[in-house]
Design a protein around this ligand. Structure first.
Ligand code: NAD
Ligand code: UGA
Length: 443
């Protein structure tokens, strides 16, 4: 099938590349001319494992192309995906301006029937809004053309996006028409190897499914962080508790890792947007609000521990703190809402200098903060420790999991590790004379 994807960001690029890889003829269109030029030069603008190979392969086959030409993009296919951003507006609600701008362009340019598929995460009722926008623009052109709008939210995780897309747990298709249902069935046929992965429902339920999934995952994280904070105060070990509760298959081991709070471009904005939806409905949703409150507090806890260790925030002036890992999670260079940002900004406010190392997110961090004297990037993880008063692990990259502790000892000015991801053994480190402060475990 011929497919067009509006937006060549994390979701649009992965969607386009993976749909091309299963045999579709895909054209990705983006308003960012620089991004499109890079993609056309064979460069991948984001760090996402496996994406470069799949993009290169399909570019060479001619099954994946990139353009800024909107008219060409609308003309290319009968099925048009919208995968543009839906960032929060001032109220916390999802801003639909990019989604509706695409709908407007499609309405202005379409010359034959189209199926418009919304892949962006959008509040319930957005399919109706896109439908109205298309009808309105077509009416202003005095044109009568059939079109369908489908809600097809995306569930991929950054760092594992290609795998998630190619091997989905489920594919949600929200549509009110049999025609669109058949088109989507055909489109996703290559993903139904062992059993049918597609779940059909109405578009409002599909839209809510996406928010419910993200909010529930975020709830698990805030819950375990809350228990970790209690464990610390009770002299219990959250890692034992995590294993103890995870063994119950009704709870499971996934997404109950305590840490520095969830970051990324989706959980924070989607929990906020769901809360905003509730407010707009006049419905009090205290659980959703609490997930966000707990997370915001969790993002500040590591700074509190560092300040307490050094005798107060006012004693941090002139200290050098090494930070291992900046990205909001491993295997990505995405810094959106990364917990490391809350920490380093608090350290700077107290007059500390940060020496940071991240395997891939340093260029993005420099782009965000610019050059500043209190932020030094190290060429490798050990150099980051040279003369530092402590090291803080913010992201659990594989290369931080089994470091040479003797080498760390030689580099650091004092034997202090703050571990925001609980990747080391407290017994081992304590035995070797380290001060080791983690999350939800006895000091
Ligand atoms: P992104 O910011 O990485 O990419 C969005 C792209 O859309 C940008 O390249 C931008 O230039 C482009 N764009 C904006 N207006 C456009 C227009 N009118 N025409 C064509 N292109 C346009 O965003 P993202 O992370 O890919 O997220 C996109 C959507 O998918 C969001 O709603 C997000 O919540 C959702 N989502 C994201 C993820 C994720 O892991 N990042 C996972 C699932 C769902
Ligand atoms: C998340 C969801 O997992 C995807 O299913 C969804 O499609 C996506 O949001 C989206 O809508 O954009 P992502 O944000 O890429 O994916 O990454 P996650 O692996 O979910 O991690 C999010 C944050 O939670 C990270 O900061 C991570 O460190 C944190 N986390 C995750 C924990 O603190 N503990 C855990 O047990 C799991």
């Amino acid at each position: 099938m011929k497919l067009t994807i509006f937006g060549a960001g994390y979701v649009g690029l992965v969607t386009g590349a993976c749909l091309a890889d299963v045999g579709h003829q895909v054209l990705c269109v983006d308003v960012d001319a620089k991004k499109v030029a890079r993609l056309n030069a064979g460069e991948i603008p984001i760090h996402e494992p496996g994406l470069d190979a799949i993009v290169a392969r399909n570019r060479s086959f001619g099954t994946l192309e990139f353009t800024i030409d909107v008219a060409k993009a609308v003309d290319h296919a009968d099925v048009l995906f919208i995968a543009v951003g839906t960032p929060p507006d001032e109220s916390g609600a999802a801003d639909l301006k990019y989604v509706l701008a695409v709908a407007e362009s499609v309405g202005k340019l379409m010359a034959e029937p189209k199926v418009v598929v919304i892949k962006s995460t959008v509040p319930v009722g957005t399919s109706d809004k896109v439908r109205s926008k298309l009808s309105q623009v077509l009416a202003s052109r005095n044109v009568t053309l059939n079109f369908d709008v489908v809600s097809n939210p995306e569930f991929l995780k950054e760092g594992a996006a290609v795998d998630d897309f190619l091997k989905p747990d489920r594919i949600i298709v929200g549509t009110e028409t049999n025609y669109a249902r058949e088109v989507m069935k055909e489109l996703y046929k290559p993903f139904n190897r062992n059993h049918d992965r597609v779940l059909y429902m109405d578009s409002r339920s599909a839209e809510l499914t996406k928010y419910a999934a993200n909010a529930l995952l975020a709830t698990k994280i805030s819950f375990i962080n809350e228990i970790a904070n209690l464990a610390e105060r009770l002299g219990a070990d959250i890692e034992e508790v995590r294993r103890g509760i995870g063994a119950d298959p009704r709870i499971g081991y996934h997404f109950i890792y305590p840490g520095l709070g969830y970051g990324g471009s989706c959980f924070p904005k989607d929990v906020q947007a769901l809360g905003r939806t509730a407010t707009e409905l006049g419905y009090d949703a205290p659980l959703i609000a609490a997930v966000e409150t707990v997370n915001n507090r969790q993002k500040t806890t590591m700074f509190g521990k560092i300040a307490a260790h050094f005798g107060g925030a006012d004693r941090l002036g002139g200290k050098r703190i090494a930070v291992w890992g900046l990205a909001f999670k491993p295997n990505t260079d995405d810094m959106r809402e990364a917990p490391s940002r809350t920490l380093v900004e608090a350290l700077w406010r107290s007059g500390a200098t940060v020496t940071a190392y991240d395997p891939v997110a340093m260029p993005e961090t420099r782009r965000i903060y610019g050059d500043r004297p209190d932020l030094v990037f190290a060429p490798d993880k050990y150099t980051a420790l040279d003369g530092a008063d402590a090291v803080v692990v913010c992201t659990e990259w594989q290369q931080f999991r089994a470091p040479d502790f003797d080498e760390m000892d030689r580099r650091l000015a004092s034997k202090v590790i703050f571990d925001g991801r609980n990747i080391y053994s407290p017994e081992h480190l304590r035995r070797d004379g380290w001060t080791y402060i983690s999350i939800g475990r006895p000091p």
